[in-house]
Design a protein around this ligand. Sequence first.
Ligand SMILES: Cc1ncc(C[n+]2csc(CCOP(=O)(O)OP(=O)(O)O)c2C)c(N)n1
Ligand SMILES: [Mg+2]
Length: 380
Amino acid sequence: MAPRRHATPAGEADLGLLRVLRDDGSSDRSLDPHLPPERCVELHRRMLFLREFDRKMLGLQRQGRIAFYGASLGQEAAVVGSAACALPGDWVFPALREGGAALLRGMPLRTYIGQLYGNSADESLGHQQPMHFSWRAGNHVSLSSPIGTQIPQAVGAAMAARLRGDRTVVLAYMGDGATSEGDFHVGMNFAGVFRPPVVLLCQNNGWAISVPVSAQTASETIAVKARAYGMPGIRVDGNDVLAVFAAVSAAVERARSGGGPTFLELLTYRRLGHSSSDDPSRYREEGEVKEWERKDPVDRFRKYLLRRRLWSARQEEKALAEIGAEIQAAVREAEAAPEPPLESLVRHVYAEVPAPLEAQLDEVRPAFRAGGKAEGAFPL
Ligand SMILES: Cc1ncc(C[n+]2csc(CCOP(=O)(O)OP(=O)(O)O)c2C)c(N)n1
Ligand SMILES: [Mg+2]
């Protein structure tokens, strides 16, 4: 079948910056997606939740109760505004900072936190590195540690949806660093030629661990790269939840109605370290962080809600208390949950467990029953 062509959209959406919310919380009426009040409040609550969740999880990591965490602090609008555009049957291929997309779409909190603890509530029963959430029922695929590998996978999943003729849309997330990987170009090229229903979302947060985006690409923007692959590229203020929602919902709609892929660059900032293992003060200026604190996505949307009298300080206080209690209860539950069964070491790895592994399992079983304490010296 011959791929259909489309013209590059009018204007220079890939070089400009789509913004709906101004710093003072007022909005550009012509671009405002005019969401119903309860939807606006919901977006705000979701952002508050993510922020509080990050704070709590980083605390657990520092206490040595979970091993590893990658926060999305400062990127809440990009995560929440985009994931809110997907329908329940759609697929999400995340990078490191979109675990919140799964939560927003209904992944149970106990399963999510269970993944960080690697306990029996974890869908992968501790087989994956922490932060590699997957949620089968919600079509949320585990992130792959090797940067960018999810991009051709997502494009392929979208192609499968198209061949099957269902109306599924795939969201493919990536960081700015991923755009330097071969897989980015492979996925973009395939998507441009075959036009499957995929929305490619790059959270440009300024940094790929210690590499600034200025050292990542010689291109004026990341979004403009979409032109060469024959698909629309749109550069969006990623700290503006309404702009993200407006741009992503239009791209999702386009994909669902057979209009092909869209690439979006969501301009935001990683305010904390790359992960709980990183110290960003070793490679970047504090002034830059402070500057982005002033562009905080949650503050900006709160101002919008307050201006429209959709929210109040009292409601915020109440919401934070509820969120705190919900997370606290889920953490308590995670800490009380049993570890994965010993058999899961091999049971969920092979279709048929090889005999030598069954034998090894029998060998370690008594030590496991004795609380992990083996007889004699550790054999190393
Ligand atoms: C192929 C590959 N190279 C290097 C790494 C090490 N690594 C892990 S995360 C990361 C940076 C990713 O940056 P970006 O794509 O901008 O995402 P962000 O962490 O900023 O969200 C790197 C280089 C890796 N995981 N895979
Ligand atoms: Mg980055």
